[in-house]
Design a protein around this ligand. Structure first.
Ligand code: ZN
Ligand code: ZN
Length: 296
């Protein structure tokens, strides 16, 4: 397939011809050139930052970790469980605050995120799955699809949420992303690098491991599902639950990703807290939780 033949939207690409993972990695889809530039920018910035300011001090580390924690909650509680799967209905104020922190953490705007993720669930482990390591290999599933898969299929998968409230954040993508990159500047060089590019690279790979490693189950047959829980990944996600990905594919409608109390899922406990405060409704609980409660 030639570079010129790569379609600009996934709406039109589902078919045998669609195989962008066969492209060289440095050839972004026409709609994804800015994403490609962003990837280079944050990675170069992170490498330079680690060389120039390898020891930023505990205050800067704490600030970067706090932003990563809030951004992670934005992605898992708001983007993933709330907007995409509708397993919890968040108060609009909470939804907008969490969306802001998710975007500040480099997760992009909610409509694209939800469209890509609904496609992932609809086509899991097939060539039409946007980020399957089975068809594209590790680097395709981990990073390359972000700039080579083409525009998100919003019209196909997100008609229900393609509203002004969400499109507002699409318009805010560039300014909020740049704010996330530059947010440490007032606090000095080390803060710039660690709150900006280093944090953004860490957050990016934490999320990307869900697409790659969480779908690389060893010994999965060609017709078997590849999703798996990856315990070590909970460290990069600050125990917010996204690493329990096998559980999630088994019960995509559940707001709880951890399957047992030992599978720590801070995102779930955040939702319970928000529910208690009257800031979240319609929380969809997993059947397994009811059976655990019954056994207690
Ligand atoms: Zn998955
Ligand atoms: Zn999901």
């Amino acid at each position: 397939m030639s570079a010129e033949a790569v379609p600009s939207t996934l709406d039109a690409v589902h078919g045998a011809e669609w195989a962008p993972w066969k492209m060289p990695w440095w050839r972004p889809a026409p709609s994804d050139r800015l994403t490609f530039v962003w990837m280079i920018l944050i990675h170069v910035g992170a490498v330079v930052g680690l060389i120039l300011t390898p020891f930023p001090g505990w205050r800067v580390i704490l600030a970067a970790a706090t932003l990563h924690f809030l951004g992670g909650l934005g992605t898992t509680v708001c983007y993933h469980r709330g907007i995409t799967h509708k397993s919890v209905r968040l108060h609009p104020a909470v939804r907008n605050v969490l969306t802001f922190f998710a975007m500040l953490n480099g997760s992009g705007e909610p409509l694209s995120w939800a469209a890509h993720h609904r496609l992932h669930h609809a086509k899991s482990d097939t060539p039409e799955d946007i980020s399957s390591p089975r068809v594209g290999g590790f680097w395709w599933s981990h990073l390359r699809w972000l700039w080579q898969a083409g525009a998100p299929p919003i019209r196909k998968y997100c008609r229900d949420i393609d509203t002004p409230a969400y499109r507002f954040w699409t318009h805010m993508q560039t300014p909020v992303s740049l704010l996330g990159f530059c947010i440490g500047i007032p606090f000095g060089l080390a803060a710039f690098f660690w709150l900006g590019p280093i944090r953004l690279v860490f957050a990016l790979h934490a999320q990307c491991f869900v697409n790659s490693v969480c779908h690389m189950r060893a010994n999965a047959g060609p017709d078997e599902e590849t999703a798996q829980n990856v315990r070590w990944l909970s460290l990069m996600h600050f125990f917010q639950g996204e690493n329990w990905h096998r559980n999630h594919h088994d019960r995509p409608g559940s707001a709880r990703l951890g399957g047992t109390p030992g599978q720590l899922d801070i995102g779930w406990y955040t939702i319970l807290l928000l529910e208690r405060l009257g800031l979240a409704k319609d929380v969809r609980r997993p059947t397994i939780e009811r059976s655990l409660d019954a056994a207690a």
